[in-house]
Design a protein around this ligand. Structure first.
Ligand code: NCD
Length: 305
């Protein structure tokens, strides 16, 4: 039985196959409409979510399966003090596959160790968010045609942003990917990412504070929200929340084919005026999230169409 806890749980070859499958689903949705008939997906979300939970549910419904779950710790027995381990043991007998989001780093890994069904990490605290990474990879590969030979800028809250951590882990495995890490000093990527992931793989990267200084050299710009819920005090959040605002003027400094990605939700970091720019692909990215989660569910359930 396989789980998806970290983006490294799939090899590059397996990822390629998964992304191919997602593209085939995009182009031939009817072919997959009954693939998960009588299968159930449980979504156990102990933290807020719109896209991740609903795209998982849409994915399972598109495959002809059904969904059950809860959308907040308060509405589950976690509010009574039940452990994640006990919850997953029980859910294993109700569903065929489970997506879990939890504020604690490592919660999905613990769940997987106690589970009789495949567990998907839908975000564990400030640690990892591998299905967002699958979404990001599918978006870049589909719209740029490649995952190698790109310079990608990651901008915003690189400290607490789990989507950034997972994406870096995944992208260092492709040839000639260069990173420009754009953040205020206080929100730089954690040291373990710099040392154990970037430096350990001999990856070319630089850290800059001003978006204007870097935007011109990027093939893709990945904007992120300042992760308010992970701050220890509100004053720091308020001081940093509007550090970056991508607007039309900054887009003029970018390459004509630079993609703008964002895992969403957006707060202020991308001005609404950018939405009409053909390079702004974040809403398309959310759509790709459904295809890739369909591909993931099929893969983890071992269903071939
Ligand atoms: C992200 C998350 O939950 O980490 N959202 C998402 O899943 N698309 C990004 C965020 O909340 O900023």
């Amino acid at each position: 039985m396989r789980h998806l806890i970290s983006p490294l749980d799939f090899s590059v070859e397996e990822l390629d196959k998964l992304l191919d499958l997602a593209n085939d689903i995009e182009n031939n949705p009817d072919k997959y409409a009954e693939a998960c008939k009588r299968k159930k997906l449980a979504t156990c979300f102990y933290e807020p979510s719109t896209r991740t939970r609903l795209s998982f549910e849409a994915a399972m419904l598109n495959l002809g399966g059904s969904v059950l779950g809860f959308a907040g710790a308060d509405s589950s027995s976690a509010a009574k003090g039940e452990s994640v381990s006990d919850t997953i043991r029980v859910i294993s007998s109700y569903a065929d596959i489970c997506a879990i989001r939890h504020p604690k780093e490592g919660a999905a890994l613990v769940a997987a160790s106690k589970s009789d069904i495949p567990v998907i990490n839908a975000g564990d605290g400030g640690h990892q968010h591998p299905t967002q990474t699958l979404t990001d990879l599918l978006t870049i590969r589909s719209l740029k045609g490649r995952l190698d030979n790109i310079t990608i800028g990651l901008c915003g809250d690189l400290k607490f942003g789990r989507t950034v951590h997972s994406l870096i882990h995944a992208l260092v495995r492709y040839e000639n990917v260069k990173f420009v890490l754009i953040s205020p000093e206080e929100l730089r990527v954690p040291e373990y990412i710099r040392e154990d992931v970037l430096k350990a793989h001999g990856i070319e990267y630089k850290e800059v504070e001003r978006l204007e200084d870097a935007i011109g050299e990027l093939d893709a710009l990945y904007m992120t929200r300042v992760q308010r819920e992970r701050f220890f005090n509100e004053e720091d959040y308020i001081r940093l929340k509007d550090f970056y605002v991508l607007n039309k003027a900054k887009m003029e400094m970018a390459k004509e084919d630079m993609l703008v990605l964002h895992p969403l939700p957006r707060v202020n970091e991308i001005a609404v005026e950018v939405d009409d720019d053909p390079r702004a692909v974040y809403f398309k990215q959310a759509q790709y999230g459904v295809y890739v989660r369909m591909a993931l569910i099929l893969t983890l359930l071992g269903i071939e169409v």
